[in-house]
Design a protein around this ligand. Sequence first.
Ligand code: IPE
Ligand code: IPE
Ligand code: MG
Length: 266
Amino acid sequence: MNAAVNLTNDELYSQVKQGPLPGHVAIIMDGNGRWAEKLGLPRIKGHHAGMESVREVVTLCADLKLQALTLYAFSAENWRRPGPEVSALMTLLQTYLKKEVDTMMDNDIRFRTIGRLDELPAAARKWVQKTVDTTAGNRGMILNLALSYGGRVELTDAVKKIAESVRDGRLDVEEINEELISNTLDTAGLPDPDLMIRTSGEHRISNFLLWQLAYSELYFTNVLWPDFRRRDMLLAIRDYQKRERRFGRITQQLATTVSSVGGGER
Ligand code: IPE
Ligand code: IPE
Ligand code: MG
């Protein structure tokens, strides 16, 4: 069991602060519907309650000075949900952006997105763009929202782009490498996630960041997203801090070299 569960919030926070901190954390925020159903409420109430968790987790991560936080807000597959739930989620997205832009400004957060934005309703798209523009000058944590995002679609689009460059003579096949692929994905410019969290007890990736999660530490918790608050996030990071990331090497080699997957250092 994670010994950190016995710590007070202050103790836990100060341990987490001592590091090593993840640079990029990605979260599959799952369990909103079940949270609401357990209380006999409509599913959308769970999505509303989940916004409070988003605020707590975002402010904590900004305070810890993480480089980036990616939140899976709406998947390419979520369009298959009943129409009223999809509409309610799109409205909620706008509400969130209108309400939280002040939190972003107060915390020096830069907002960006991944996914097929053009599939969102115009009003939601407008608020996304407004938030990107308003926060563009901030230099703290990047808050990256995955909207109508699917890992396979993202990879397919990247393959198409690269193929077009080769076809048009702008790129040589020999120049295709991992770095180029990373830079062609929606997440271009972001480091790969060090830690991926999924709430609600589901143990799957659900088409999230398929390329980028290659060497991420995975953390699964049964806590439903609306119940996942600051303390739960601190526990997840504390758990991450206890892991040994070997990237293919053996323990004895780690004291001298720190390197991640890919790159030139092998
Ligand atoms: C996650 O919660 C939020 C979105 C996918 C938008 P769910 O809505 O998937 O909640 P459950 O899994 O049905 O409990
Ligand atoms: C994944 O959650 C997408 C988001 C959290 C936005 P789902 O609840 O939609 O995932 P599956 O379909 O059950 O795997
Ligand atoms: Mg779900």
